[in-house]
Design a protein around this ligand. Structure first.
Ligand code: PMP
Ligand code: GLN
Length: 397
């Protein structure tokens, strides 16, 4: 066979780093602070609602294409309760198979081959793959340590006649940066001036410790040009359910739905009922979620500092980005591949999320959405890093 099996859009994408590192954790029995998923499930009443839906036969057959009305209403109510946004559940909400499908469908719907997409690097790995599958070109604007603030001059300079949209992510994975109102206003001004669309990935909207999450769709002139994406995975700690959603104007949502219906058509029927119930939880649930993670952030940050890492304290998400240079290390990917053998912990190298890997070469990300005893165990293991002689099998490096 002369022709490669993988389409050129996907060439070089390989296995996701999350899959690689989780497999390594299983293989070595290491504490997995790599792939971001909580080690405890979300509220029992939400799990019960899913079980009830299955057993009572709600959602076991194809749900409606845009999502069940109960969930669309709950998403609309959420946007109103937290952000004062009026979203019509009939025409301005689309339920998707996680935020991942929402991102894919939005990019496939809104991009033509040759279009340029400006995105903040390091980026969540599906962005690069989906932009490539849409035949478009990504134009990175680099977030730099230690603060990882968006460089507004670089963003302005990145805009060309081919730019179609800006792909935002706040709170930002992996850096934990939360965009400020001033930064979002500057981005909005550019989008309006150059008539660009904005896709904003806000899956960590409720995981904010410093500052405040502001949806760019709430800024003047932005509602009509913004596709807002979120998901139940992070907020309710059920990452395996894959219930996500898109909100935006009827035209934008219709465009995204057109692509989405040929990706999965529909998904997660019973889980849609459960997440509708989850979104109705009182404000205290959301406040407790953030407070609990805030504490865990500080516990892991202290452990990482004690172990010799430079810590870039995140304002949001459940990830801490560190620098391994103080440990005498210069290559995050090699470091992460050896770490489970050296001290029994798995982390993720940020370099794989950059188009300019040099910018993140010594950065390594740790997830702190774990039980307190797991974080304490991980910190104790990492503390051994400087005293334990490196001893990975040769082929693991
Ligand atoms: N966007 C970002 C920034 C993420 O970190 C994740 C995490 N999985 C996703 C999207 C995907 O969310 P989901 O699991 O709902 O598909
Ligand atoms: N969002 C998760 C993370 O960043 C991973 C999701 C995935 O494995 N695709 O760790």
């Amino acid at each position: 066979m002369t022709r490669p099996l993988l389409t050129s859009a996907l060439a070089g994408m390989g296995t996701t780093i999350f899959a690689e590192m989780s497999a390594l954790a299983v293989e070595t029995g290491a504490v997995n602070l790599g792939q971001g998923f909580p080690d405890t499930d979300g509220p029992i009443e939400i799990a019960q609602a899913a079980a009830d839906a299955v057993l009572s036969g709600r959602g076991n057959q194809y749900p409606p294409g845009p999502g069940i009305p109960e969930l669309r209403s709950a998403i609309s109510g959420h946007q109103k309760r937290f952000y004062g946004l009026d979203v019509d559940p009939e025409t301005e909400v689309l339920v998707t198979a996680g935020a991942t499908e929402a991102i894919a469908a939005a990019l496939l719907a809104l991009l033509e081959p040759g279009d340029e997409v400006i995105a903040l690097e390091p980026y969540y790995d599906s962005y690069a793959a989906c932009i490539a599958m849409a035949g478009a070109t990504r134009v990175p604007v680099t977030l730099r340590a230690p603060a990882f603030r968006p460089d507004l001059d670089a963003l302005r300079d990145a805009i060309t006649g081919r730019t179609r949209l800006i792909l935002l992510n706040t709170p930002h994975n992996p850096t934990g940066m939360v965009a400020t109102r001033e930064e979002l206003a500057a981005i909005a001004e550019l989008a309006i001036k150059h008539d660009l669309l904005v896709i904003t990935d806000e899956v960590y909207e409720h995981l904010v410790f410093d500052g405040e999450h502001i949806p760019i769709a709430t800024l003047p002139g932005m509602r009509e040009r913004t596709v807002t994406i979120s998901s139940a995975g992070k907020t309710f700690s059920f990452t395996g359910w894959k219930i996500g959603w898109v909100t935006g104007t009827p035209e934008l949502v219709k465009a995204v739905r057109t692509a989405k219906q040929f990706l999965t058509y529909v998904s997660g029927g019973p889980f849609q009922y459960a997440i509708a119930a989850g979104l109705a939880l009182p404000d205290a649930f959301y406040a407790d979620l953030a407070a609990g993670l805030h504490r865990k952030r500080d516990v892991l940050a202290a452990g990482l500092r004690a172990a010799g890492f430079e810590v870039f304290l995140p304002q949001g998400t459940y990830f801490i980005t560190t620098d391994i240079a103080p440990l005498g290390e210069s290559d995050g990917l090699a470091f992460c591949r050896r770490l489970p053998y050296r001290c029994g912990v798995v982390a993720v190298p940020n370099a794989v999320f950059y188009d300019h890997p040099q910018a993140g070469r010594t950065q390594v990300r740790f997830a702190f959405c774990k039980r307190d005893e797991v974080l304490a165990d991980a910190a104790a293991r990492l503390a051994g890093l400087t005293v334990t002689p490196p001893g990975p099998p040769a082929e693991a490096g």
